[in-house]
Design a binder for this molecule. Structure first.
Ligand code: SUG
Length: 412
């Protein structure tokens, strides 16, 4: 069947800015209202794709979602001339769709009981700005995965009352070989009906993970559902991909990642690499986004680790993989590292062929996109600039010139 992991990316939009919109995401909070560089953000994303391409990874690039979200403004009863709360302005211009690890759960056909690939857009109910993406993702996934004999696209889970689902950022798939049966960790922060007592909001609840497992027809003997440690969440680990990662039969995690960690580890037949507080203090792990590195197998079958550039200052002698560093400083300022920018899943040849070939990364597409970004994207943007009517005109022009094929969105 020739399964290969496909990585999905969405380019940051021309209105990428630092709105400080994610309470509990320390980087987003601390860089709030700083000057952002949308051009650099988009070029850095292309650099990430270029590096993955060098390792032979097939990738889909989706165009940025059109912003501003004028539908949201009218839904709230505002017209563009009204004085509007800065958070709402930031929300309608937000480029948060670029962090694809949170926008869906995808379970590959080699793992499911009905042999189909299942996709559920996340309900992203924890933050108002990200919740605006949900209807868009639903339409995009229905369009991309329209072949219903291969794919089942579900609606997002119901939201409200803290029933949070944030997709793949809280899941890890292990396997011996990519197309062989996977074993999963579905990590959660709290139960849906439990009182919330922590310092920061918790984004993933167990009952939402459980619903995804059930609707995706993933057998329960192929997974475990560990709970994130309160210590980690209170330190700013708002998704599991800030504190652990895995690929094939490797699992790399911080000593303080999970509740009842020792018990969990006895149940994992994997190569376990526990990173101690002494090797990498929790605080430093969060500051550098080390656990948001991407571990993958390149076309030669070698494991490769792609780590965000702040990790270059760490002593990582104990790592058994070669490391490559990537500069994603714009995305990192909003709390998104390499793994956050990516949604990955194994797909077989037939499934890969069912995706639009025009969306696959190539050197030519890279050149075309890079030219478009260099020509149209601003290199300086603050939330204050978002009020400028010229920005609106400029943004429309940029979107109209986008060389990527149009992907229909819910509000088009
Ligand atoms: O949801 N940041 C994103 C970052 C997502 C990171 N994803 C994973 N760890 N998987 C978020 O908090 C910041 C937007 C702003 O501040 O303008 C933001 O949405």
């Amino acid at each position: 069947m020739n399964y290969q992991e496909v990585f999905f990316h969405t380019l940051p939009g021309p209105t990428f800015h630092l709105g400080g919109l994610s309470y509990g995401n320390l980087a987003s909070m601390s860089h709030r209202y700083e000057v952002a560089n949308p051009k650099q953000a988009a070029l850095e994303s292309l650099d990430l794709m270029e590096q993955l391409h060098k390792w032979g990874v097939p990738q889909i690039i989706l165009p940025p979602h059109p912003r501003p979200l004028t539908t949201l403004l009218s839904q709230l009863g505002y017209s563009a001339e009204d004085p509007i709360n800065p958070h709402i302005i930031s929300t309608i211009y937000s480029s948060s769709f670029m962090w694809m690890a949170n926008v869906a759960s995808i379970t590959p056909s080699c793992d499911t009981l009905d042999g189909k690939c299942h996709i559920s857009p996340a309900n992203l109910q924890a933050t108002f700005h990200r919740n605006q993406e949900v209807a868009e993702w639903e339409t995009i996934f229905e369009t991309l995965f329209h072949n219903t004999s291969l794919f089942t696209t579900h609606p997002p889970l119901p939201s409200g009352g803290g029933f949070g689902d944030e997709g793949a950022g809280n899941q890890i798939r292990f396997c011996q070989e990519i197309g062989e049966k996977g074993f999963y960790l579905f990590v959660y922060g709290k139960r849906a009906f439990e009182a919330f007592t922590g310092r920061f909001p918790i984004r993933q609840v167990l009952e939402a993970s459980d619903a995804i497992i059930h609707r995706h027809k993933l057998p329960y003997d192929q997974l475990l559902t560990p709970r994130q440690s309160k210590r980690a969440i209170d330190a700013g680990v708002f998704h599991n991909d800030l504190i652990s990662f895995g690929h094939k039969n490797w699992f790399v995690f911080h000593e303080y990642a999970f509740e009842e960690q020792e018990n969990l580890l006895t149940r994992l037949p994997l190569n376990l690499l526990e990173v101690t507080e002494k090797q990498l203090p929790l605080r430093q792990a969060i500051d550098t986004y080390f656990f948001n590195s991407i571990l993958l197998t390149d076309q030669d079958g070698t494991l490769q680790l792609l780590a965000p550039s702040p990790c270059a200052s760490l002593n990582l002698d104990w790592l058994p993989f070669p490391i490559t560093f990537i500069d994603l400083s714009q995305s990192l300022k909003a709390g998104g590292g390499p793994a956050c920018l990516t949604l990955r899943t194994p797909l077989n040849t037939e499934e890969r062929n069912a995706l639009p070939s025009s969306l696959f990364y190539s050197d030519t597409l890279h050149k075309t996109l890079s030219h478009w970004i260099m020509t149209h994207y601003p290199d300086h943007l603050t939330p204050e600039d978002l009020k400028d009517p010229h920005l609106l005109t400029q943004t429309h022009t940029t979107y109209n010139a986008c060389p990527l094929p149009h992907v229909p969105l819910a509000h088009n």
